[in-house]
Design a protein around this ligand. Structure first.
Ligand code: DAH
Length: 336
């Protein structure tokens, strides 16, 4: 009797071993051995037929075997299920990695950096100023009189009567000259704001301001610096022309055109069939501006210029709608 329960146990363990990782076979074995009509259960029922003195020990042993086998079956099932789960969650280290898409600099950032690099190589230093600016720095100190159209409510975002979102980077000139004595040689990039919106204008855009003040600075120096700049940012074949113009803070003033980068002067839609494209404003710093910053106008002269960065970027990349630069459509941005 004792032997037979031990035999049943050994037999069950052997079959469990043979069932290996097959959960269904193990469940079947569990029914076969410890189920209601299983071998161990039957053995327990038959204990009553044993001689009285053998019953307690046989019963104890059979119950131990029953519990042992129940544990063995359920543990085997649990182990197999766990292995299965961890296998489906695990990483196949032999698979090639998923490609990581690298970001790029925004085209406007790229052009801003190129412009700054060209001028820093020519000895200019980068200067910055606040985007929320006082009326004094944005207009007054730059010799823009109170009734000048640039101050119109239509053009300027007013924070209060005397505080505006700067409409140009030119106020940085004033801030620099107030702080440092001549000689000065700065390039000032930054965002500017105007109440304006169409195919070629956005309420926010970027400008770069340039200022050079020293003894004996002439219009010839301005021409030389701007010619070098245009040849570097476009190419050596891109010629320039200076047209007389007006800015309140320069005298004389000029607007600078470059030979159309699309048609090379033949005339096309981009240049309005003139062969030329306007890219910047410039001139010799007006004595009134120097007086505002207490520079000695007998000793010093200087030139200044300002340009829209988006305009340069549009011409360089052949983009005809400025708004594309601010829509953040990745299909557009990934091309740069
Ligand atoms: N601030 C001018 C504008 O926004 C551009 C400009 C023209 C800047 C001539 C200058 C300059 O420094 O000399 O239209």
């Amino acid at each position: 009797m004792e032997n037979s329960i031990e035999k049943i146990k050994q037999e069950a363990l052997k079959k469990l071993d043979e069932a290996s990782s097959d959960i269904e076979s193990i469940k079947a074995l569990s029914v076969q051995y410890v189920g209601r009509k299983g071998f161990v259960t039957q053995f327990l029922r038959n204990i009553s037929k044993l001689p009285k003195e053998q019953r307690p020990l046989a019963g104890k042993e059979a119950n131990q075997v029953k519990q042992f086998l129940e544990n063995a079956f359920s543990q085997a099932i649990a182990r197999i299920e766990m292995e299965k789960n961890s296998l489906s969650d695990s990483i196949d280290v032999s698979l090639p990695g998923r490609p990581v898409r690298l970001g790029t600099l925004h085209p406007i950032t790229q052009i801003t950096r190129q412009i700054c690099d060209i001028f820093t190589n020519l000895g200019f230093e980068i200067a910055e100023g606040p985007e929320v600016e006082t009326d004094y720095y944005n207009f007054e100190a730059l010799n823009v009189p109170k009734d000048h159209p640039a101050r119109d409510m239509q053009d300027t975002f007013y924070i209060s009567e005397n505080i505006v979102l700067r409409t140009q980077t030119s106020p940085i000139q004033i801030r620099v000259m107030e702080k440092y004595p001549p000689p000065v040689r700065i390039i000032a990039p930054g965002k500017v704001y105007r109440c304006d919106s169409d195919l070629t204008h956005t309420p926010m855009f970027n400008q770069v301001e340039g200022l050079l003040v020293d003894k004996d600075v002439s219009f010839g120096d301005l021409k030389g610096i701007l010619t070098t700049f245009v040849h570097e940012i476009f190419d050596e074949e891109t010629s320039l022309r200076f047209r007389p113009s007006f800015f309140p803070f320069t005298e004389p003033s000029a607007e600078v055109d470059i030979l159309c980068v699309m048609c090379r002067g033949k005339g096309c839609r981009v240049c309005g069939h003139t062969g030329w494209l306007e890219i910047l404003g410039a001139g010799m710093v007006h004595p009134a501006v120097f007086e505002n910053v207490k520079y000695d106008i007998k000793q010093y002269t200087g030139f200044a210029f300002g340009m829209g960065i988006e305009r340069i970027a549009m011409l360089k990349f052949g983009v005809d709608d400025i708004r594309k630069y601010f829509e953040n459509d990745l299909r557009f941005l990934r091309q740069f």
